[in-house]
Write a protein that binds this ligand. Structure first.
Ligand code: ADP
Ligand code: MG
Length: 613
């Protein structure tokens, strides 16, 4: 609302000044015999916002464009050149209006995301259905979701069944069946049936709300490049002053002096830079790429090395149990039951595979007394006086589990299979090996190809065995592969790359990736990553699509290009302008024209990013 009002005020000013200009052009002033008065009045009234900002700048002892332009306008008025003062003010206001307009458009992109949620929702309260504002929903309500409408809360289905399009959150293109007990997310679309949902999280606490919050924060945080831009803008103003003073000392020509002051703009960097970054964040958000701050967009634009995790990142992370091999006289169900008992609260993708297989053949899990996770290795679980070990072979060996010849032979045979074997042991005895196959994401191969095409070195780091790592690495044609990497080793690899002047983006999903995600110049987490990974990352892919990394890099590079074009363009034009003024080729009017036209070019150059594909 406030925004609209502000526009109206500016528009009124601009229109009134356009009228004043027209009057002067038609030389109506001859008739009115008081044009000077009109021009003076229009300059003062129309330029009021500019003077206000200039005054603010004096108060804070800061040199700004508004201040230098105000000084220039006052100078033109003092030497009786009212028409020029009017034109300059007019141009400055147009430039500011355009800037407001484009910045506002950026905000709209973000607002549109918020609007993915309905305003009014239907709930059952005290056994009565009623329509309420989304803001008033409480955890005690039952939310009734009609077919075709957006789900407004995170929650659990308590009645009904339907399919839900979750692409906005998870990127899965196919709708997911939801029955009683299923979890639904705010921002997703209910398709076929009516669902009754008990909210577990509302408003800002939902996954969707968190995404919005991150984007809003990102929009407010300042990228280093923005600070550089602010500094440069301030310097340019001093530059203009120095130019003006020199011009005056050498030429003693007041017109040229004022021209020198007027011609130098800094809008291209002062406004163009934040605008470009806002556009970048808005555009990435639209693509489901959540960038936590302008700084990461800037960093991403400079990245030349991409480190990829395997499980859950390059692979779907919804692996399936394909085989259970048993040893030492145990049967498959025993092995599965023991593994599931240990994995029941694990967030690991392999744990999910074991749990869903256990559910499928309806084995019941036991309770356990204690559990210890070893990221990148496995876990140890205390159950009824036994120590259950679930994990990879080196982890079991470390913990003194004995591998008899059967086990060794089996593992040898499985080497080339491409399946991950999760070993299950009870104390020192291997009970079985659960073979789990996880398929590469559809876009993994083309995405890696694109990343390489963009000039990046692509490295695969995984906690999984060397064999599997190599196999996947070959399929993807990455530049380097390392397997059996523990969390600390992943981090050290990144540190090593950094020390070799590589700018690194790390992409991961697991707890074991968190240290590396923090260490990398840019940490990128998959949308379905564990909470810790999401927290540690600088960028999250809401919809898990690896192509979005390519997209994000492209957008960030475009941003940096635009910023540096504006940067050098501004410096070039200011230098040329001041030189011309010094040599006496500029009138204040021409100087104002050059100033405003160049600023418009730079602002439009940034604004272009909003619509680019
Ligand atoms: P990546 O680095 O490719 O994402 P992880 O580090 O998540 O892979 O896992 C590395 C290996 O550690 C897995 O292949 C598995 O053998 C073992 N592992 C880690 N956590 C678990 C777990 N919770 N249950 C079973 N095995 C596990
Ligand atoms: Mg992983």
């Amino acid at each position: 609302m406030i925004e609209i009002k502000k526009y109206r005020v500016d528009l009124i000013r601009i229109v009134s000044m356009a009228v004043a200009l027209l009057l002067s052009w038609l030389e109506v002033w001859k008739i009115l015999a008081s044009f000077d008065f009109i021009a003076l009045a229009a300059t003062i009234i129309g330029g009021y916002p500019m003077y206000e900002e200039a005054f603010e700048a004096i108060r804070r002892r800061k040199m700004t464009m508004e201040l230098s332009m105000s000084i220039a306008v006052i100078a033109t008025l003092l030497i009786g050149n009212f028409f020029t003062g009017l034109v300059i003010t007019f141009f400055v206001l147009i430039a500011e209006l355009l800037e407001d307009f484009t910045v506002d458009r950026g905000r709209k992109v973000i607002e549109k995301l918020v609007q993915l949620l309905p305003d009014k929702i239907t709930v059952r309260r005290n056994n009565e259905e009623q329509e309420i504002n989304l803001n008033n929903v409480s955890l005690d309500d039952t939310v009734i979701i009609k077919p075709g409408s957006r789900i407004p809360v995170d929650g659990e289905v308590i009645k009904g069944n339907s399919s839900v399009d979750q692409s906005s959150i998870t990127g899965e293109s196919l709708p997911i069946e939801k029955i009683e007990g299923a979890t639904v997310f705010a921002g997703t679309i209910n398709q076929t049936g009516v669902l009754e949902v008990k909210p577990t999280k509302i408003g800002r606490d939902t996954t969707f709300g968190k995404i919005i919050e991150i984007i809003e924060k990102a929009e407010k945080s300042k990228a280093p490049i923005q600070k550089t831009a602010d500094k440069l803008a301030a310097r340019l103003v001093y530059f203009a002053f120095a130019g003006a003073i020199l011009t005056f000392l050498f030429t003693r020509d007041i017109q040229s002096t004022i021209s020198a002051l007027i011609v130098a703009g800094a809008c291209g960097v002062a406004a163009g830079t934040p605008l470009a970054i806002l556009a970048g964040i808005g555009r990435t958000a639209k693509e489901g790429i959540i960038v936590k701050g302008g700084i990461y967009l800037e960093q991403l634009g400079k990245v030349n090395t991409i480190v990829l995790d395997k499980t859950g990142t390059l692979t779907l992370g919804i692996p399936k149990v394909v085989n259970i091999k048993t040893f030492n006289g145990y049967n498959e169900e025993d092995v599965l039951k023991i593994a599931a008992t240990a994995e029941q609260h694990s967030e690991h993708p392999l744990a999910a595979a074991i749990m869903s297989e256990a559910k499928r053949i309806a084995v019941r899990v036991n309770e356990y007394q204690d559990i210890k996770y070893f990221p990148g290795k496995g876990l140890i679980c205390a159950e009824n006086g036994n120590a259950i070990l679930v994990g990879n072979s080196s982890f079991l060996k470390e913990n003194f589990v004995e591998f008899n010849s059967d086990v060794i032979k089996y593992l040898e045979e499985k080497k080339e299979s491409g399946e991950t074997d999760v070993l299950v042991a009870n104390n020192h005895l291997v009970l079985g090996a659960i073979s789990i196959a996880d398929v590469l994401r559809d876009e993994a191969v083309p995405a890696v190809k694109e990343l390489k095409k963009l000039g990046n070195k692509v490295i695969l780091l995984t906690g999984d065995s060397l064999n599997i790592a190599n196999k996947i690495g070959e399929q993807l044609e990455v530049d380097e592969v390392q397997g059996e990497m523990l969390p600390q080793q992943k981090l050290e690899k990144i540190r090593h790359l950094n020390n070799n002047r590589k700018i690194v983006a790390m992409v991961g999903d697991g707890v074991n990736d968190a240290p590396a995600l923090i260490e990398a110049n840019v940490g990128i987490a998959m949308g379905t990553a564990t909470a810790l990974a999401l927290e540690s990352a600088d960028i999250a892919l809401a919809n898990n699509n690896l192509n979005k990394i390519v997209e994000a890099i492209n957008i960030s590079r475009q941003c940096l290009n635009v910023i540096s074009f504006n940067f050098w363009g501004t410096v070039a034009i200011d230098t040329a302008g001041i030189t011309l003024a010094f040599m006496g080729y500029l009138t204040p009017l021409l100087a104002a024209l050059i100033h405003v036209v160049s600023e418009l070019v730079f602002i439009l150059n940034s604004a272009r990013l909003f619509s680019k594909r």
